[in-house]
Design a protein around this ligand. Structure first.
Ligand SMILES: NC(=O)c1ccc[n+]([C@@H]2O[C@H](COP(=O)([O-])OP(=O)(O)OC[C@H]3O[C@@H](n4cnc5c(N)ncnc54)[C@H](OP(=O)(O)O)[C@@H]3O)[C@@H](O)[C@H]2O)c1
Length: 248
């Protein structure tokens, strides 16, 4: 077991990538804190994998405070934070409204920052910890028509690098994962009109949430003790290949 006894908050862990990370962490001996806006769903997953749960809308800073107050009161420490929550819209730069910008940034970026700050304070007091931010290739390369999402992901990558250098002195490692095209329930059944795009992936297939989760387990574990300030693509080679397309 690579994460035995670790208290790990996985934000957005009732669906897809976050869910598989929470499951993999439980399998590796961690105590995952399952999070979603919906308490029933979070409790259901926590009961399935043997973790704790908490409901909070992370676009609201007062709810982030309540989440961390809960962790402090119930667990007394936090060893690992995995930020996964995200929303996307399809508008390009010319169509984005200020409301849309503020809403997406609040969830995709400000929530990551606030969770990192609050987690790092607890980790600092306990002598160390690990933080992982889930990001996307569009933050590094641009992606037609998902302007705010892409910009938020680029900013998350900058946040990962900044937090890594600021927090290293406190024995807190900070890394990112750039998820490639990862199979949603729809993607597993039908590649649909994105088949041409999938054909540009060097490994010629989309990824599975479980494959992102395995990378998260490794980066959170002692096996990655000398790895910080790294953003690892888990994408079948897509982002760094000449034929890459950069949606999502
Ligand atoms: N899937 C892909 O192909 C892909 C590709 C590149 C990067 N990524 C990145 O991987 C991460 C996970 O993606 P995914 O596809 O697994 O996403 P997903 O299925 O949409 O899950 C996102 C989670 O975030 C939670 N959430 C959304 N808004 C929230 C808010 N305001 N407060 C609290 N929780 C909120 C949702 O739970 P509730 O609705 O229950 O609150 C949900 O569980 C994201 O950062 C995404 O950008 C995914």
């Amino acid at each position: 077991m690579l994460l035995k006894g670790k208290i790990a908050l996985v934000t957005g862990s009732t669906n897809n990538i976050g869910l598989e990370i929470a499951r993999a962490f439980a399998r590796e001996g961690a105590m995952p804190i399952v999070h979603s806006r919906h308490g029933d769903e979070a409790r259901k997953v926590a009961a399935e994998i043997g973790g704790d749960s908490f409901a909070a809308d992370l676009s609201r800073s007062e709810e982030i405070d309540k989440l961390f107050q809960h962790i402090e009161a119930k667990h007394r420490r936090l060893d690992v934070l995995i930020n996964t929550v995200a929303h996307s819209t399809k508008n390009g730069i010319l169509e984005v409204s200020l409301d849309e910008w503020q809403q997406i940034m609040a969830i995709n970026l400000t929530a990551y920052f606030l969770c990192i700050q609050r987690a790092a304070r607890m980790m600092q007091a306990a002598g160390g910890g690990v933080i992982l931010n889930i990001s996307a290739a569009s933050g590094e390369r641009g992606s037609p028509g998902t302007a705010v999402y892409s910009i938020s992901k680029g900013a998350i990558n900058a946040l990962t690098r900044q937090a890594a250098v600021d927090l290293a002195a406190h024995n807190i490692r900070v890394n990112g994962i750039i998820a490639g095209i990862i199979g949603t329930p729809l993607g597993r059944k039908d590649m649909g009109n994105r088949k041409t795009e999938y054909d540009t992936i060097p490994l010629k297939r989309i990824g599975r949430p479980e494959e992102v989760a395995e990378a998260a387990v490794f980066l959170a574990s002692e096996k990655a003790a000398y790895i910080t300030n790294t953003i690892l693509p888990v994408d079948g080679g897509r982002m760094n290949s000449m034929g890459s397309a950069t949606r999502s």
